[in-house]
Design a protein around this ligand. Structure first.
Ligand code: GLC
Length: 715
């Protein structure tokens, strides 16, 4: 029997734990497609290995190597897919080579990292996750895909669904934070937005779930490091988001750089065949991450590229990104029987099938329409959607009442290195986005219709990094002459993202000194944080009257922030990841275990630090509003239930403040007595809804057995 303490309710359940799913269901191989079977029968081994090969162009570099001569690779059939190649002009030129100058005229697949926008940039995924607005997230994924598909692209290497409890890891900016339930719902929404209801339309892309698997759990938060977690944590915390994306229809998966349980993901039969295909029934294709086949030599599990390539094929990899191992090194494995030709044919079949489902055999230039390209990029509709997403992504962390700005004449002093910055607003992984198209915070504040009440002064104050304080005097002079200060500080976009792990996650340079100097003027201070990861904000908390967590908000950042500062939009975001007080607390996350000696501040022998609290500065799910919400005592429709039942939990939420506002009602459970130790809190449902001032709304959640399942001791 379990007593479940919920964020909104206490209920009693009978529950069943479950053992690992010993699923033996093989992938239902779709019935053979005569066109594809006939094509495969004509292909030489080189042509087959070419279809299993993905190369970058030299347009951009998103990894350690670059390869020239891709035109020749296409012409000779050495590659069947390219990435870092976009625009109708460029992809049309390359496609023409494939379909007019090769023996079998198999069309190319064009991929690209369209992660949070193609040209119209949306907030970074961590920011979108803070919106808890699945519809808005799906729409932004659709719009980015529509713009990319209009620019000659077929395939995006998104969604990145790696759960992470590691703010030292720079790639948290690409994901949905620390929680498996929220991350899974967002993964589904992104796949729906990217692929639609069965891709192949010319405004959708092929999705690619990455990075499989548990790439977000590197030891010490250091990118590319090993992952050492229990199978239980692996299956309960990290795996579900990949499964959710695949069950939502994602047709490609990208392997991760890390090893798991001693085996590199790119060579792991357990991950790529046992779990992905046999347990989950995945029937698309698996592509590696950048040169990750060759990197298995560095991992020490392959003596050379040939060994590594053979290991990858036999583990379940279908396409080699940039190693050239498939195309150049593994033929010997087919000759000597280490690789079965059926495996090669199966990989080629899965790749050709998706090219056919995209419509590329019927019309290789289906995504190459110049008119559509110019009519689709950065339309007003897209920019408005970007602004809406940006507004919903901002989290109000503190407010003594200075926000929203009073509608009376005031002198506003705007300062900080990010106050009038554009380039960083597009964040890392910004595809074809350009900073020059962004609205800076300072521009947004001045261009807004409500700006008429105010006069503005602006001094940058300092750089993001460095020790130069030479502007401090002029800053303080302007600050003393103002009525209120808005200061924008944080990271630059390259301090997050890939290969950007940090041991110190503080605001760099002299930005905190700038804030403290401003505090000494006694003027009210609104601090706006722009960053790609949770930062240590103790000094910001102490020296600000209001704090807005603004991530990297994309093309419409300034207009969105102005709406919030002036009160045209009431901030509704909630943190998708805990913000530590100190790096020494990491990993720190809300759904931790109780331990045998739970914290008791008065008892020495309980789990605590002697130099800091256990709690984060701001926890997962936290975010303020300009209004206040109160909750009634939650009710359930039954006090106990068996496996076959469902239970409905309801609560009345009242807006007791002076602003209309959206609230994210979050339902957590706790299993007090289980067959294994369980977290003190687990998010199991949420609803975001608008509640007008003075209004009360009833919110209901329905939970069933699978909401309470976990892996028991019987491994
Ligand atoms: C990078 C990233 C991956 C990206 C790929 C192609 O190394 O790990 O997320 O999709 O290479 O750019």
């Amino acid at each position: 029997m379990k007593i479940i303490i919920l964020n909104v309710i206490v209920i009693t359940f009978f529950m069943a734990a479950c053992s690992p799913k010993n699923v033996t269901k093989m992938v239902d191989s779709s019935k053979p497609d005569p066109f594809i079977e006939q094509l495969i029968s004509k292909m030489t081994l080189d042509e087959k290995l070419g279809q299993m090969t993905l190369y970058t162009t030299d347009w951009e570099s998103t990894g350690p190597t670059i390869r020239g001569g891709y035109q020749d690779d296409i012409k000779t059939g050495r590659c069947g897919a390219l990435f870092n190649s976009h625009t109708v002009d460029f992809t049309t030129r390359l496609q023409k080579i494939a379909v007019e100058e090769t023996r079998l005229k198999i069309p190319l697949l064009f991929g690209y990292d369209v992660i949070h926008g193609y040209k119209t940039m949306f907030p970074i995924p961590m920011g979108e996750a803070a919106s808890w607005d699945l519809q808005a997230i799906e729409r932004s994924a659709y719009i980015m895909s529509k713009e990319a598909a209009a620019s000659g692209l077929h395939w995006t290497f998104a969604p990145m669904v790696d759960i992470s409890r590691e703010p030292r890891w720079g790639r948290v900016m690409e994901g949905a934070g620390e929680d498996t339930y929220l991350g899974s719902r967002i993964a589904e929404a992104r796949v729906r937005g990217i692929q639609g209801d069965g891709f192949g339309k010319s405004d959708r892309l092929l999705a690619c779930v990455k990075h499989f698997a548990a790439y977000g759990a590197p030891i010490a938060g250091r990118d590319y490091n090993s992952v050492e977690i229990s199978e239980r944590v692996f299956r309960e915390t990290y795996l579900p988001t990949y499964e959710a994306a695949i069950k939502a229809g994602a047709k490609t998966v990208m392997t991760s750089f890390n090893d798991y349980d001693g085996v590199p993901a790119t060579g792991s039969k357990y991950l790529l065949t046992e779990i992905l295909r046999n347990e989950w029934g995945f029937d698309g294709f698996v592509v590696t991450d950048y040169t990750s086949i060759n990197e298995m030599v560095n991992h020490g599990v392959a003596k050379d590229q040939t060994d590594a390539g053979i290991m990858a094929v036999n583990a379940g990899v279908d396409m080699d990104m940039q190693s050239a191992a498939f195309q150049e090194k593994i033929k010997i494995g087919i000759t000597d029987g280490r690789i079965k030709m059926e495996k090669i044919d199966a990989s080629v079949r899965s790749i050709l099938r998706l090219k056919k489902e995209l419509g590329l055999f019927e019309n290789p230039y289906k995504f190459s329409d110049k008119v559509r390209e110019s009519n689709t990029i950065m339309t007003k509709e897209h920019l408005d959607a970007s602004k809406d997403m940006a507004k919903k992504s901002v989290v109000l962390l503190k407010n003594t009442g200075v926000l929203p700005l009073a509608k009376k004449p005031m002198k506003i002093f705007v300062t900080g290195p990010l106050a009038d910055d554009k380039n960083n607003l597009i964040g890392a992984w910004s595809a074809s986005g350009e900073g020059r198209h962004c609205v800076s915070l300072y521009e947004g504040l001045r261009q807004h219709p409500a700006s008429g009440n105010y006069t503005f002064e602006h001094v940058k104050g300092c750089e993001i990094e460095g020790t130069d304080k030479s502007q401090f005097n002029i800053v303080l002079e302007k600050a003393r002459a103002s009525d209120i200060i808005i200061v924008a500080i944080g990271e630059h976009k390259d301090l997050s993202g890939e290969a950007a792990s940090k041991t110190m996650i503080r605001i760099p340079g002299v930005q905190e000194d700038l804030l403290k100097a401003l505090k000494a003027t006694g003027k009210p201070i609104i601090t706006i944080i722009m960053n790609g990861r949770p930062l240590i904000l103790n000094e910001v908390e102490m020296n600000s009257d209001a704090i807005l967590e603004a991530w990297w908000l994309g093309t419409q950042a300034g207009t969105a922030l102005a709406d919030i500062v002036y009160g045209d939009y009431n901030p509704s975001g909630k943190l998708p990841m805990s913000f530590p007080r100190h790096e020494g607390q990491i990993p720190i996350y809300y759904n931790h275990k109780n331990t045998g000696r739970p914290l008791n501040p008065t008892d020495k022998y309980t789990t605590k630090y002697i130099d800091a609290p256990n709690t984060p500065l701001y926890s997962f799910g936290y975010g303020l509003s300009y209004t206040t919400f109160t909750y009634s005592t939650p009710m359930t429709n039954k006090s106990s239930f068996s496996d076959a039942d469902q239970v409905t939990i309801s609560v009345n939420v009242s807006n007791t403040g002076n602003f209309d506002g959206e609230e994210v009602v979050q339902l957590y459970i706790r299993d007090l007595v289980a067959s294994v130790t369980r977290p003190v809190k687990e998010l199991k449902a949420f609803k975001k809804l608008m509640i007008k001032k003075g209004e009360t709304k009833k919110v209901e959640f329905v939970l069933s057995k699978n909401d309470f399942e976990f892996y028991d001791q019987k491994w």
